[in-house]
Design a protein around this ligand. Sequence first.
Ligand code: IMP
Length: 419
Amino acid sequence: MILGLQWGDEGKGKIVDVLTRDYDIIARFQGGPNAGHTLIFDGTKHVLHTIPSGIFHDKKINVVGNGVVIDPVIFKNEIEKLKAVGVDLKNKLFISKKAHLILPTHRLIDKASELSKGTKKIGSTLKGIGPTYMDKTGRNGLRVGDLSEDDWMIKYDNLKNKHLNLIRSFNVDIDFDIEELSNNFFESIEYIKQVKFIDSEHFFNESLKNGKKIIAEGAQGSLLDIDFGTYPYVTSSTTTAAGASTGLGIAPNKIDDVIGIFKAYTTRVGSGPFPTELFDDIGNRISKVGNEFGATTGRPRRCGWLDLVALRHSIIINGVTKLAIMKGDVLSGLKKIKICTKYRYKGELIDYLPYSLESKNLEPIYEEMSGWDDDITAIKNMEDLPKTFLNYISFIQDWVGVQIKIISVGPDRKQTIIV
Ligand code: IMP
């Protein structure tokens, strides 16, 4: 299992792509096209939103699991982009029949909901994720398997009409042409029907029985988890380890390794609390050097120091067995690096995540470490990394109690040190 331990954008896509050669099947288990998984190799950048990050490798099967929500319009676009760069998807890409569909009206509800919240808005990617999961848990959703049923059009119309009433009730001004949106949606549905729809839980369990190895690819990050994230400023799915079991139909006792990915610093896109956020030149520098802009929305990401209290929370909730540290190269050149090890919460020092991270009650407490000046982007072996960077790594490992087994020193597939 490969999971992000912060607020998303840790670099899961890159690590999935790097590890894919040792696996047979790569499966996305939650989220939807709110994700933007960036892969760079042979000088080209590819961004995936719904399709698993193993898609560029030959002879690997990629599955969009039942826990994922799919927007056929975005999916079509993704497939077309892949075909344009010569990726052959035949017998390589399957979709779970139980995955839920994002309707155009789900996106409109997302927009209306955000507009109605004003300054309290979540900062959603507006891809219709929350409304689609609402329909899923409310038992009103439409699934990929419904597309082959005779009453599919009736089901679509019923849900669409219900949504249109709901949109009106928000009492906000949004422009849309429902005919055009529906036509576009149906055109895309016909297109994605070229991809094989499968009973994915059966496929996964048979594959495991036959000795195949699966990567469960997470989207977003643990601090955006619907239960254990910074609610309500979260996404609407279980981004933590348990989500892989419900989102794929693979039992917890079949999971061997949980690889937790984190950046050497922290970023967040959208609203919500962020205790170690930087509002100074260092924050701007990290943002610029790290190219911290959302892969899906292009929005600038908020940047801050590494928060070990939050990181350990994620490690515990997920049962992380191995860690991967990303983007240490971005911090090169900083004389001093801060790392948060405690919070002062309502006047007391604590080292766990409290109920709310709102800044009026909470102040991060830092330890200061020496930075590293060297360019580390071409380093291939751990021993060659600057001593101060190795100290940083040791400090993190000791504090959280889990070993760092992967060190990424740049965006390219090749810029990865496996320890
Ligand atoms: P939604 O899931 O699009 O509704 O967005 C809810 C919150 O999660 C917002 O703060 C988004 O910015 C954030 N979010 C959703 N997907 C991602 C992601 O893939 N990376 C980082 N943040 C995300």
